[in-house]
Ligand binder design. Structure first.
Ligand code: ZN
Length: 613
C-alpha cells in the first residue's frame, strides 16, 4: 500500500516536469485563392487551413485575426490614435485621425462569409479585428482539423502599413490582408486586437493564388510557381509569354513562414540580382526618373547587407528576398519588405538594412512582438547599426551611440515603462519606440560589455542556430549567452527588461594610502554592473582595472588586449561602495574613467571620471 502511494506520487511529478520543459509549436498550412478587383479594391477569397495541434491541450476554440477591420471609424486603432498623447503622424491629418474620416468605400474590412471545420459548420463571431470560433468538435493533442472558409475584403486607403494608393502612388500594399490564425503557445491563445503592433503568427506552409488585372506586377512572400505564364520579369530568359484574357492568376508557394504579404502595381520595374552564394534578390519600384538611380544603387548594398547578416547571424534560409516599394515607411514581412522609395540614398539603404535584418529577428526567430518588441526591433536595430557602419563605411567608433542617447532621453523624461509592457499599452508612442528600438539595441550592445564582444557575437549566432523557425522568449537569449560565456546573467535580464532600474556608478573619493592610492567607487543606481576602469598615470601610461560583479560568477576576457589588466575582487551588489586599491602613489595618478567604451548605459557619466588637479 505504502509503496503504491509513493509510486503514484512519482509518476505525477515526472509528468509535470515533462509538461513544463518540452517545447512544442502549432503548425498551419494555408491554401488560398483570391481575386482582386483593381477598380474598387475589393477582393474575394477562399482559404483551406489545415491546423495541427502539437500542444498537450485539447482545443475547443480557435481565433483568427481580421486586421483590415481596424481601418474603420470607431475601431480600437482609431480611438487609440485619438486618445494617445503622441499619435503616429502617418495616421493623422492636422492632428486628427485619418481613420475617423474614411468613407464606406475607403474603409478596410475583412469579413468571413462561411467557415467549416472538417466539413461541419462552426459558430463564429466577429469582434472587430478578431474572429472568435467555437469549434464543431475539439481538436485533441496531436490532432489536426481542416478549416474551409470564404472571405471578402476591401483594401483601405493607406493609413498604416497596408492599403491602397500610398503617398508614392503604389496601388496595393497587401499586408495583414487575409484571415490569419492566431497563435496558441505555452502561454495560451494570443488573440491580440490590432491596435498598433501585430506580429505573432503560427509557422506553416503557404500556397496562394492571386488573380489580378494582367497589367499589375506582384512582388511578395513566396516563390512564383508559374513564371512562364506570368512574365513581368519572372520568366526564364528568352521565354515568350502569351496571356489570354484581362487577368492573370499568380501562384506562389512559401515554405515555413508565419506570414504572407505582397505588393502590386501596374508601373513596377522588376529587377533581379542573383547572389553567388545566396538568394535571388528582387526589386520592385515605380518607373520614375527621380528614384531610378537610387534603386539601382541600392542593389549592390542589398547584396552586401545579405552577406553581412549571413556571416554575423547565420545563413538566410530562403532562396529569395524582395525589396518592394510600398507601405508607409518600412515594414518587415516574410521573405520581403515594403518600404517607401522616395528617399535620399542613405535613408533608402538604412531602411532596407533595418527591414532585411528583421528576416532574422522576427521572420526566422519569431518572437512575440506584442510582448517582447525589444527582441525584434531592438536586436534588428543592433545588427543593422553594425551593418550600416560597415557597408556604408560610416567609421563610427560606437555605432550604437544614437540608441544610448535615445534611452538617456527617455529616462530623463520620466515616461519610461519596463520592456515587459505590452507593445500597445505604453502611455506614449515615444516610450514604446525607445524601449523597443533603443533600449532593445542596448540590451545586446551592453551585453557585449558584460560578457565580451566575441562572446556576444558567438551568442547571437548560437541563438539563431538553436531557435530558428521557433518562437524564442527572453530567457532563450539569456540562457544562450550564459552557455556561451559561462557568466550568470539572470540579474541582467530581469533588471534591464523587467524594471526601469537604472545604472549609475561613480568615483566617490580618491585618497592617498601610503605608497598606494585608495579609490572609493559608489553604486548610485539600483541596477548592478561589472566595471572596467581606465587608469592613467602622470607619464601617460594606461591600464585597466576590472571589478566583476559577484553575482556574475565569472569574468570576461580583457577587452583591451593592448593594456595590462588587473582583475580586482568581486563587488557584491548590496554594498553601495567599493574600495579599489591602486598600486601607485596618489601623486602618480593622472585620471580615472569608469567604462571608457561607454557601452554601459550609465545615466550619469560625469561622475565616472576623476582627474588630478
Ligand atoms: Zn523594425
Amino acid at each position: 500500500m505504502v509503496k503504491k502511494i509513493v509510486l503514484t506520487l512519482f509518476l505525477g511529478i515526472n509528468f509535470l516536469i515533462a509538461q513544463n520543459t518540452e517545447y512544442w509549436q502549432q503548425h498551419v498550412d494555408y491554401t488560398m485563392d483570391v481575386a482582386m478587383n483593381v477598380e474598387n479594391y475589393q477582393y474575394d477569397g477562399t482559404q483551406k487551413l489545415v491546423y495541427t495541434n502539437n500542444s498537450p491541450d485539447t482545443l475547443n476554440r480557435v481565433y483568427y485575426h481580421l486586421y483590415f477591420n481596424a481601418f474603420q471609424p470607431g475601431s480600437e486603432m482609431d480611438i487609440r490614435l485619438q486618445t494617445i498623447q503622441d499619435g503616429d503622424g502617418r495616421m493623422m491629418n492636422e492632428g486628427a485621425s485619418r481613420i475617423a474620416t474614411l468613407t464606406a468605400n475607403e474603409i478596410g474590412y475583412l469579413h468571413v462569409q462561411s467557415l467549416t471545420q472538417n466539413g461541419k459548420a462552426v459558430k463564429f463571431n466577429e469582434e472587430e479585428t478578431i474572429l472568435v470560433v467555437d469549434l464543431a468538435e475539439p481538436i485533441l493533442p496531436g490532432g489536426t482539423a481542416t478549416f474551409d472558409m470564404e472571405f471578402k475584403g476591401q483594401v483601405p486607403l493607406q493609413i498604416r502599413r497596408s492599403g491602397r494608393n500610398n503617398r508614392e502612388g503604389v496601388a496595393l500594399s497587401m499586408t495583414q490582408w487575409y484571415p490569419k490564425m492566431a497563435e496558441y503557445d505555452f502561454e495560451g491563445w494570443h488573440p491580440n486586437p490590432y491596435i498598433a503592433r501585430e506580429f505573432h503568427g503560427v509557422w506553416g506552409d503557404f500556397d496562394v493564388k492571386i488573380t489580378i488585372d494582367k497589367e499589375y506586377v506582384i512582388g511578395g512572400t513566396g516563390y512564383l510557381q508559374n513564371p512562364n505564364e506570368i512574365g513581368h520579369g519572372y520568366e526564364a530568359p528568352e521565354t515568350k509569354v502569351k496571356t489570354k484574357g484581362k487577368t492573370l492568376t499568380w501562384h506562389f508557394k512559401a515554405p515555413m513562414v508565419h506570414d504572407f504579404a505582397w505588393g502590386a502595381d501596374s508601373e513596377y520595374v522588376h529587377d533581379i540580382v542573383e547572389m553567388e552564394n545566396g538568394p535571388d534578390l528582387h526589386f520592385f519600384y515605380k518607373d520614375n526618373d527621380e528614384i531610378r538611380e537610387n534603386w539601382k544603387n541600392l542593389q549592390p548594398k542589398t547584396v552586401a547587407a545579405m552577406e553581412f547578416f549571413n556571416k554575423n547571424v547565420g545563413e538566410y534560409p530562403y532562396e529569395q528576398y524582395s525589396v518592394i516599394q510600398g507601405g508607409d515607411g518600412g515594414m518587415e514581412y516574410a521573405m520581403c519588405t515594403l518600404i517607401t522609395g522616395e528617399r535620399s540614398f542613405g535613408s533608402l539603404v538604412g531602411v532596407m538594412v533595418h527591414e532585411m535584418a528583421h528576416s532574422w529577428f522576427q521572420h526566422v526567430l519569431a518572437t512575440n512582438e506584442s510582448k517582447h518588441s525589444w527582441m525584434d526591433e531592438g536586436f534588428t536595430s543592433f545588427i543593422s547599426s553594425l551593418c550600416m557602419n560597415q557597408i556604408m563605411e560610416q567609421g563610427k567608433e560606437n555605432p550604437f551611440e544614437g540608441s544610448y542617447k535615445g534611452y538617456f532621453n527617455l529616462v530623463r523624461s520620466g515616461f519610461e515603462q519596463p520592456q515587459t509592457t505590452h507593445a500597445d499599452r505604453y502611455d506614449k508612442n515615444f516610450a514604446y519606440g525607445v524601449a523597443a528600438y533603443s533600449k532593445g539595441s542596448i540590451f545586446l550592445a551592453q551585453l557585449g560589455y558584460v560578457i565580451g564582444q566575441d562572446k556576444l557575437m558567438e551568442s547571437l549566432r548560437k541563438y539563431y542556430s538553436d531557435f530558428k523557425f521557433k518562437h524564442p522568449t527572453p530567457n532563450d537569449i539569456k540562457r544562450t549567452a550564459e552557455k556561451v560565456s559561462g557568466i550568470e546573467l539572470d540579474w541582467y535580464l530581469t533588471d534591464w527588461t523587467q524594471t526601469t532600474n537604472t545604472i549609475d556608478y561613480g568615483v566617490k573619493e580618491v585618497v592617498a594610502d601610503g605608497n598606494k592610492t585608495k579609490i572609493v567607487l559608489e553604486r548610485k543606481g539600483l541596477m548592478p554592473m561589472p566595471l572596467d576602469i581606465l587608469v592613467v598615470d602622470t607619464e601617460g601610461n594606461s591600464s585597466i582595472y576590472y571589478v566583476p560583479l559577484r553575482m556574475m560568477r565569472g569574468e570576461k576576457v580583457n577587452p583591451y588586449p593592448s593594456l595590462d589588466r588587473t582583475v580586482s575582487e568581486d563587488w557584491p551588489w548590496a554594498y553601495p561602495t567599493y574600495e579599489l586599491i591602486l598600486d601607485m602613489p596618489l601623486e602618480n595618478l593622472a585620471g580615472l574613467n569608469i567604462d571608457p567604451s561607454q557601452l554601459m548605459a550609465d545615466i550619469e557619466r560625469t561622475n565616472n571620471i576623476w582627474q588630478a588637479e
